[in-house]
Design a protein around this ligand. Structure first.
Ligand SMILES: NC(=O)c1ccc[n+]([C@@H]2O[C@H](COP(=O)([O-])OP(=O)(O)OC[C@H]3O[C@@H](n4cnc5c(N)ncnc54)[C@H](O)[C@@H]3O)[C@@H](O)[C@H]2O)c1
Length: 288
């Protein structure tokens, strides 16, 4: 069933692939809503899945309801697909009893269903928060040791590790994208460094689903922001050419920042206020 056989770039400069049906988990969420629009027509069928039905589902959209914690439901959602964009799960800091089922068990169910169904590719929505406890002055590549700033980020470190395991042991092709912040524009000072234009995220996702030489890679999901903190060399090597640049909104974003309460911990760390939540650490030892 592994029809997704990328065989290099065709005459139009695009990679050839046989991606007939591509699954988006978490399709009812914020990024899912954007991808439904931006990926329309790119692959013959976009299958959408979530535990809740998107309110504005169109008649030509394919939807399979599945809670990620239910392995049989996940297998039904995955069946017949060649590539998966895994967005589903808890997307901010929450107690363990919410993170564990959705992000740890759910992501494990997803990769296992992909392996069993012979799916060739998984794009995993990781997060910048996996390196959230690094100070903002540090320029990081993707080989940086994780310094997660939340239980949520720990679950994404787990997802990245699962991706590596399923690539190395079972031959899936996996791209983990440490997404910064997806929005139409950056809305504060931190977002000037980590913002990604939705169309740039689509570029990265398509690299994950189509690049012929992909095995397992981690990239940063950020546009070409001059205030950026990350060395995204891996993404550029794979052909990423971001078109977004946050600086044009800097005056607006900095004015919005001035209205926010000061955050002496998060304000100096890459993860921002995710670091400050429940913070009882030693700022000296956190290189703040
Ligand atoms: N939005 C960003 O800027 C950003 C930044 C970094 C990482 N991410 C990651 O990208 C992904 C999508 O982000 P988003 O902003 O669209 O999040 P979102 O919260 O808007 O959407 C997540 C979706 O997952 C679904 N979901 C949650 N638990 C589920 C379960 N047990 N079974 C099935 N579906 C479940 C929810 O119903 C929701 O529709 C998330 O994994 C998030 O961690 C997003």
């Amino acid at each position: 069933m592994t029809e997704c056989r990328a065989i290099g770039r065709g005459r139009n400069g695009k990679w050839n692939h046989k991606m007939e049906r591509c699954l988006i988990t978490g399709a009812a969420g914020g990024i899912g809503a954007r991808l439904r629009r931006l990926l329309k027509g790119v692959y013959p069928v976009l299958r959408l899945s979530d535990r809740v039905r998107p309110a504005d589902l169109a008649p030509d959209e394919e939807f399979v309801a599945a809670d990620l914690t239910d392995p049989a439901a996940v297998e039904r959602a995955v069946a017949g697909t060649q590539g998966i964009i895994h967005l589903g799960g808890v997307s901010s800091e929450r107690p363990w009893d919410e993170i564990l089922p959705a992000n740890i068990i759910g992501t494990s169910n997803l990769f296992e269903a992909a392996r069993k169904a012979g799916v060739e590719r998984v794009v995993f929505a990781s997060t910048n928060h996996v390196i959230g406890f690094y100070p903002r002055r540090r320029r990081l590549g993707t080989a940086a040791i994780p310094r997660p700033d939340s239980r949520y980020a720990v679950s994404k470190v787990f997802g990245e590790a699962l991706g590596a395991l399923y690539a190395d042991k079972y031959g899936l092709r996996v791209l983990a994208i440490r997404i910064g912040n997806v929005n139409d524009k950056p809305i504060d000072e931190r977002r000037l460094s980590i913002w990604i234009k939705p169309e740039d995220l689509v570029q990265l996702i398509r690299i994950g689903l189509e690049h012929p030489d992909l095995h397992y890679e981690v990239v940063y999901g950020a546009s070409a922001n001059i205030r950026g903190w990350w060395d995204n060399e891996t993404a550029y090597r794979l052909g990423y050419r971001p078109t977004g640049e946050s600086e044009r909104w800097s005056a607006e974003a900095l004015a919005a920042q001035d209205k926010l309460p000061p955050d002496p911990i998060g304000g100096r760390l890459q993860g921002g206020d995710f670091c400050s939540i429940e913070y009882a650490g030693d700022p000296g030892r956190n290189e703040i």
